[in-house]
Design a protein around this ligand. Structure first.
Ligand code: GLP
Length: 240
């Protein structure tokens, strides 16, 4: 495990972006795992700039998002599918058939989850996964208590996550209490993982993920078992 501490959130974002661009240049047909949330927004802005400047192409890239709210269709403004179109896919040349996000409105969650795992396998597995960290150290939507052997499945969201994510929903709208998320074992199979965490609110999650004995109450601690993982954090997130 490697931990890179940068002075500011912007520097951490720039560093993570640099790692992704390097990877896309080295392997244009990269299978890339992608997160949502506020933390990676600056990475997406920079990735779009890199596409526009001609530094990288997305034509041969295959993407798999970590998760989607259960019950939200791809055209719901707060769905992760809509988020990804807004911040990345509407602006780069990644073909629709190569972009994967769990379907939050599937009729059968078990079949959807199984199909998602099969698609990852068919693509040859994830080469590089960019990951955020929840305040309770969740990864994807794998909340505390998630087995390290878990695969893509329907999960219940923790109260802390619901409170944090409520900000993104229109006033009066209740965020879904469930999501389809890649499992921890699915995440750990990625050949390279870059965890981006910034701000003091993430310091405890970063500290516990890196320093505690791996345990299911701290999903991020499972990353200690990853093949190749780099935590990219700013000083505030490194502070605890
Ligand atoms: C959500 C996502 C996670 C993300 C986390 C942190 O719950 N499912 O993948 O890492 O939020 O988000 P933020 O970057 O907004 O703090």
């Amino acid at each position: 495990m490697e931990v890179v501490v940068l002075p500011t959130a912007d520097a951490a974002v720039a560093y993570a972006h640099g790692l992704i661009v390097e990877h896309l240049k080295a392997k244009p047909s990269t299978v890339l795992g992608l997160p949502t949330g506020a933390t990676p927004l600056g990475v997406y802005v920079r990735l779009v700039e890199s596409y526009r400047s001609g530094a990288v192409s997305w034509r041969s890239v295959t993407t798999f998002n970590l998760d989607e709210y259960w019950g939200l269709g791809e055209y719901h403004l707060t769905s992760y599918a809509a988020y990804m179109r807004r911040v990345l896919f509407d602006h780069v040349d990644c073909p629709l058939r190569q972009r994967h996000i769990p379907n939050g409105c599937a009729t059968d969650a078990v079949a959807e989850a199984r199909g998602y795992e099969a698609s990852i396998d068919q693509a040859g597995g994830i080469d590089m996964l960019l990951l955020g960290l929840g305040r309770n150290a969740h990864i994807g939507f794998n909340e505390p208590g998630s087995p390290f052997t878990s695969r893509t499945r329907l999960v219940d969201l923790a109260p802390l996550t619901l409170a944090a994510n409520k900000l993104h929903f229109a006033s009066g709208e209740e965020p879904p209490g469930q999501a389809i998320s890649m499992g921890i074992a699915t995440i750990l199979q990625s050949r390279r993982i870059v965890v981006l965490a910034t701000g003091a609110a993430k310091a405890e999650a970063v500290r516990r993920s890196i320093r505690e004995e791996p345990n299911v109450e701290v999903p991020g601690s499972a990353l200690q078992f990853a093949q190749d993982v780099t935590f990219v954090v700013d000083e505030a997130a490194a502070g605890a």
